[in-house]
Design a protein around this ligand. Structure first.
Ligand SMILES: [Fe+2]
Length: 266
């Protein structure tokens, strides 16, 4: 089954690359027939995302999801122009004492974005959501603890306390397989804690653009409130909690320029 999936993904990648070469020969500004824009892994990932994230509201189809997983699962630090000997991590800390996180936008359009994150040891990206978004995550370097939740009631409007169920609570070490979260499933609300220096690549569709922003949350155990039955119904298995929206953390992120292989968006 796995072998079949890999073969199908490889065939589809070939189709995407063939299509791109045709576009390149007729309209690309590089003006040469010998230049192959499909030669880098990150460029192939771009082609796939560009095909599958068809609009800001689209969620990739299952076969398309498989292909993006296939590409991400095989990605390395070198594919984004980095090497473990040359990794640079910010030594500064945020106002609350945790290490600051660096990010570099690889590509961004209205439908999706690709972004690299660099976490020093002990750095934490606090619990945050991805409203209406599909997000792939691939750890390229290091070990990271990921804890994620989904809303028990996705259409609940309150921003004070909302009940959520735990989806994932595990440590992942590169080169682990890529993960995915959906608008209402797969752990749309998550928290990352770096155990070692970490680098990961996110593919976000749609991106954080045009007023779409994430909210940050703090966890409370179910026993801290009795105002709703949602959380209490299954609290005995310790899988549910309350999430309370908190202020956006200050000075947590610092943007730097992406210096890896260029994405040709032509
Ligand atoms: Fe996230």
């Amino acid at each position: 089954m796995e072998e079949k999936r890999k073969k199908r993904s490889k065939r589809n990648i070939k189709n995407i690359n063939t299509k791109k070469k045709r576009i390149c020969s007729s309209s690309c500004s590089c003006n040469t027939r010998t230049h192959d824009h499909s030669s880098t892994t990150i460029q192939t990932l771009f082609f796939a995302c560009n095909s599958f994230f068809k609009s800001p509201n689209s969620v990739p189809l299952p076969l398309d999801v498989n292909m993006i997983h296939f590409l991400l699962d095989n990605m390395t630090l070198e594919d984004v122009g980095l090497h473990s000997d040359q990794l640079f991590f910010m030594s500064k800390t945020t106002s609350n004492g945790t290490p600051r996180i660096t990010y570099a936008t690889v590509y961004q359009c209205n439908n999706f974005s690709m972004c690299l994150f660099f976490l020093p040891p002990r750095a934490v990206i606090p619990l945050h959501d991805h409203p209406g978004m599909t997000v792939f995550t691939k750890i390229l370097f290091g070990s990271m603890h990921i804890k994620s939740y989904d809303w028990i009631d996705p259409i609940h409007e309150s921003t004070h306390l909302r009940s959520a169920k735990i989806v994932m609570d595990s440590v992942f070490t590169a080169p682990s397989k890529s993960s995915i979260l959906y608008p209402n499933a797969g752990g749309n609300i998550h928290c990352f804690t770096a155990i070692t220096p970490c680098v990961f690549l996110d593919v976000l569709g749609p991106p954080f653009l045009d007023g779409r922003d994430c909210s940050y949350y703090k966890e409370h155990p179910c026993s801290s409130s009795s105002s709703s039955s949602d959380c209490n119904e299954v609290k005995e298995d310790n899988q549910n909690c309350w999430l309370e929206e908190i202020d956006v953390p200050k000075d947590l992120f610092r943007g730097v320029e992406y210096l890896g292989p260029k994405i040709i968006d032509a």
